[in-house]
Design a protein around this ligand. Sequence first.
Ligand code: ZN
Ligand code: FE
Length: 257
Amino acid sequence: MRDLDIRLVPVLNDNYVHLIHDTATGKTACVDPATDAPVIAAARDWGWEISHILVTHPHYDHTDGVPAILDAFPGAAVYGSRHDLGIIPKCDHGVIDGDVIDVGAARATVLDVPGHTVHHVAYHFADAHAVFVGDTLFSLGCGRLFGGTAEQMWASLKKLRALPGRTRVYPAHEYTNANADFALTVDPDNPDLQARADAVLKLREAGEPTIPVAMDMEARTNPFLRCDVPSFMAHLGMGDGDPAKVFAELRSRKDTF
Ligand code: ZN
Ligand code: FE
């Protein structure tokens, strides 16, 4: 397994910018820089030279830091969906599903995971068991539909859920506690969810992040990943329904929660 040092930088109200440092080569990737100053400061503090900027989608709270980070670390390569070239600031490497990006000795595979936005990618470091999912998947929740369809989002969530269970999930926001409140209203009898909600509350009270979280934990506790689980579908009264419709129903309930 590659020796990757992954650290998060909390910025704005609830965003995380993730820094991925390959200790073998010193190469460092920065995921979804919502802003610049705290990211540059953290990298300098740790002696890390940012060589790659990986953007999941073009919302400002994932891209605003790109220009100033490039000024601070000239030569860093900026990656984003090929469809968002010209939209993501300074993005010079358009990627599509299946592309690979080498960050030193570590390799990321691009996964197309549309739904939150019409184009959205995730970066999967398979050897390091880590996936950077932007606003597609949150712990105990998922992104709102700001461009894609419920069908697309459900397909994207299933694709992420199919990654190995030990994969650590790194979303771009700390929404877990609020997501737990909603999740418990739709899946109140799920003991794994109850335990996770308690653990999340304790982490937040201690000022700690609730991520990363293992994919197998998310698969058991996140209602948006359970839209095809028969017992959960039956509990919602949609037992013989289409999982994408179950997803759409959950998403619309959460939108007004
Ligand atoms: Zn977004
Ligand atoms: Fe966001």
